[in-house]
Write a protein that binds this ligand. Sequence first.
Ligand code: IPM
Ligand code: MN
Length: 358
Amino acid sequence: SKTYKIAVIPGDGTGPEVIREGVKVLNAVSNRIGFKLDYTYFDFGGERYLRTGETLPDSAIEELKKFDAIYLGAIGHPDVKPGILEKGILLRLRFELDQYVNLRPVKLYPGVDCPLKNKGPEDIDFVVVRENTEGLYTGSGGFLKKGTPDEVAIQVSINTRKGVERCIRYAFEYCKKRNKRKKLTLCGKTNVLTFAFDLWERTFYEVAKDYPDITTDYAHVDATTMWFVKNPEWFDVIVTDNMFGDIITDLGAMIQGGMGIAAGGNINPQGVSMFEPIGGSAPKYTGKNVINPLAAICAAGMMLENLGEETAGKLIERAVIEVTGKHLKSLAAGKMGYTTTEVGDLVAKYVTDLPLEG
Ligand code: IPM
Ligand code: MN
C-alpha cells in the first residue's frame, strides 16, 4: 500500500494538543482505508527560538521539500515579539516552498451555532482562494527619516502578472472541479488600488475566457465583508490577494462557527503543501485540554484530499459532521462539553465505524 511522508510541526501553544488529535484521526483513517503515513516531527516554533535564537535553520527548507505534505499546528509565542516567528517560520515556509495558494473553505456544518440570523448550512458553503506569496506580505518597503517627526513608512504591495495569473487559474480550476454553483468572485478594491487590482481584474477576465462554464463576478473587499454577513449564499469560490484574503477568512471563520473549526491549506500544486488550523496558538488555553481540535482535524482531511486520498478526506469530514451534529454543545474552547482528547476520540471512532460511501 502507499506510504506518505508527512512532516509534522506541532509548533506553539495549543498547536501540539490539536495536532495530537489530528494524528489520531489520520491514523484511524489510514488504517480504515489502507494506506500508510510516516511522520517526522520538527520542533520549529517559539520555544525553540527562545532556546536557540533560531527560527528556521537554512537546511529546513530543503529537508521539508522531501516530504509529501506538511502538517502544522500553530506558530506564535507570547514571549516573542510579534513578527519574528510569523516572518521567520510561517511566512518563510509559505514563500520558500512557493505555496502560492492559501485555500480556506468556509462551511457551516450541521449542528454548529451560526452567529448569522436565519442562515444555515445550505447558505454558508464557499471557498476562499487567497494568494499566498505576494501582495503586502513580501516585506517590501522601509522607513524614511525613521524616528523623526517627518517619518514615512512605506509598505509596498507586489503583484506580478505570473503570480496573479497562477493564483487566478488555480481558482478557476478549483471552481470547475468543485462543481457547485460554478461561480468565481474576484474580491478586490479596483476603485482605490488602481494599479494592483487593475492587473488582477485584467488577468481575471482574460483567464475567464478559458472557462466559459464558470460565471464570473466582482466585489470590492469592503462590500465582500458585508455580503458575508448579509448574503453568504451568494458565494461559491472567491479569489483575492494576500492581505484581503487574510482579513476576509477570519470573518469567514466566524460565520462557519469560529476558529475551532476553520482549516486551511497552503498549496503548491507542483511541490509540497502545508495544512494548518487557521486559529493560532491560543496561549490562554495551552495545556488545559479544552481547545477544539476540529480545525486541525479538518486540516488533516484537506491534506489527505490534496494527496489524492479523497475517500479518506471525505470520511474525516463526514465524521466531523457526526460530531458537530450529535455531540458538541459548542465549538468554543472550554465549552464543547468534551475535552480536546475526547473530541479526537469521537472523530476517530466515527472514522472507524461509519459506512463507506459509494
Ligand atoms: C494567517 C495568519 C498569518 C497571516 C499571520 C500569523 C502571519 O493570520 O494564517 O491567516 O497573516 O497570514
Ligand atoms: Mn490571518
